[in-house]
Design a protein around this ligand. Structure first.
Ligand code: PLP
Length: 496
């Protein structure tokens, strides 16, 4: 299978090249030329398979230039049982009559990013060895909180790699910051930026295509790659969990094989929900894809109107990993919905970088609205939802997941669509203890992070993740913070 760039179809590469490069030289994103087909027989055959086996079945069709042994080795290392606190890798909690919360946060950093970032370093080192052996891979990451830590954990001490993570100084939760700034590993570093996630992401994208930096890398025998969801090696592993969840629900008799279910996803950079879209296009029986936003409702407005407009106020919310106004992976979706029209994509995305907005054609809007429903909710409504789920069902969820639960409820009420729904549960509530506590109790919340963890555990009767408890007393290694226009020098300093 070959991949090409959304902005230049003459740029045609293998999976290994797409993963090693991260982003195409002219700024486009790599997409598969043709999606593999997920037939009913293939889905049936997954009954009884482990998560790793399902991953091998799905990814084997995308990464055709990996040998089966290479792929199996990558997958077995990524989803080794000792790395996840669930032997199923992802758990499914049934809440109420027809909602299935797909808990994607049982990995080492307690957010869904682990599902892909445990695998990506292995895919990337194999890809680099195939394409440009001997070069050191330099991974730059812009994070809204969870990607950074998951990437650090995935890449720490991986030979032949080096990593620098940029996070928005005031845009992550205290636990997220603690996770990143105490990170161990000789090849990783972390730097705060005085700006928001979009600033970090734009800065990183610019550095990738900066000719002077590229020359410096060549001189050092290094090359860049990306661990953000612009990298195909991040996105493909996310398709797996939708297939795995669907087949698991069928195995348990919760749904009939072939029954159409909806999916609701708390969305920021549009990677997670795009993976659901690809799974659907491959043949997984998915219906409406419900895209949930917090107060940064750029996507909800886009699905409503066909106008993508980032010229608006940016809000910091209690669901910080969705505080994003430029959703990178939308480019891959629009490429598909426009009938793979690279000229349109170039036009829209250059308008986005010039004017901060673009308007899709009525036909593309119609296709978009046939597949997706969008909605957004405020922090107050998110907190109410956390409280309600806890009171009514004894189920504790994090603020991101709560946004999706609420937007799903709105969608059901407005549309009358009563289908069963898989809700992507994207983070452990223990990453956002203060806000979750405030949502479920009127009692005073202690100031100390670990006193909060203790209180949440006692109130909910749930066990805090061991990896978060282990942060207690860990020394802070990274205290640096730079302005937006100093990101280039931070990278040069790291390159040595
Ligand atoms: C990253 C993240 C999201 C948003 O996912 P995208 O793939 O960027 O849309 C939602 N919730 C949590 C907890 C996250 O870490």
């Amino acid at each position: 299978m070959y991949y090409h760039s959304t902005r230049d179809s003459s740029c045609r590469v293998t999976a290994a090249e797409a993963i090693a490069r991260g982003i195409s030289a002219e700024g486009g994103l790599f997409v598969p030329e043709k999606l593999p087909e997920l037939t009913a027989e293939k889905l049936q055959a997954m009954a009884g398979m482990t998560y790793a086996e399902k991953a091998k079945a799905v990814l084997g069709e995308f990464l055709t230039d990996f040998t089966p042994a290479e792929l199996a080795d990558c997958i077995d290392q990524a989803y080794a049982p000792e790395k996840f606190d669930s032997e199923n890798i992802a758990e499914i909690a049934k809440v109420g009559e027809r909602d299935y919360l797909l808990e994607l946060w049982h990995g080492p950093t307690c957010a869904f990013k682990d599902m892909a970032l445990q695998l990506l370093p292995h895919l990337l080192t194999v890809s680099a060895a195939k394409t440009e052996p001997g070069k050191e891979i330099v991974v730059l990451v812009a994070t809204s909180g969870d990607t950074g830590k998951a990437a650090l954990e995935g890449f720490k001490d991986v030979p032949g790699t080096r990593m620098l993570v940029f996070y928005p100084e005031n845009g992550v939760s205290r636990m997220q910051k603690r996770q990143m700034t105490t990170q161990e590993g000789g090849n990783v570093s972390v730097c705060a930026i005085k700006g928001n996630f979009d600033d970090a992401q734009t800065g990183v994208k610019k550095i990738f295509t900066d000719p002077a930096i590229r020359a410096k890398l060549a001189e050092n025998g290094q090359k860049f790659s990306s661990a953000n969801s612009i990298n195909w090696g991040r996105l493909a592993p996310q398709i797996v969990y939708y297939v795995a969840a669907y087949t698991a629900l069928a195995e348990k008799g919760e749904i009939k094989m072939g029954e159409v279910v909806n999916v609701a996803v708390p969305t920021g950079n549009f990677g997670n929900i795009l993976a659901a879209y690809y799974a659907k296009k491959m043949g997984l029986p998915l219906g409406r894809l419900i895209c949930a936003s917090n107060r940064n409702r750029v996507l909800a407005d886009f699905i409503q109107t066909g106008v993508y407009d980032r010229n608006r106020d940016f809000y910091t919310t209690i669901s910080p990993s969705m505080d994003i106004l430029i959703s990178s992976n939308l480019e891959r979706l629009l490429y598909d919905l426009s009938g793979r029209d690279e000229a349109l994509i170039r036009e829209w995305f250059s308008a986005l970088s010039r004017e901060g907005r673009y308007t899709v054609t009525p036909k593309v809007l119609e296709c978009l609205r046939a597949e997706f429903a969008g909605g957004s909710r405020t922090d107050r409504e998110t907190a109410e939802t956390i409280g309600r789920l806890f009171r009514d069902y004894g189920y504790l969820c994090d603020p991101h997941t709560a946004v999706a639960v609420k937007v799903l409820a709105d969608y059901r009420a407005a549309s009358g669509d009563r289908r069963k729904t898989i809700v992507a549960s994207t983070a452990s509530p223990y990453k956002f203890t203060a806000d979750v506590l405030e949502a479920i109790t009127a009692n005073a919340v202690p100031e100390d992070d670990f006193a909060q963890v203790q209180m949440l555990s006692e109130l909910s009767g749930t066990t805090p993740p061991a990896s978060l408890l282990a942060l207690k007393g860990k020394p802070v290694r990274f205290t640096g913070s730079v302005a937006r226009d100093e990101m280039v020098s931070a990278v040069l300093a790291m390159l040595g």
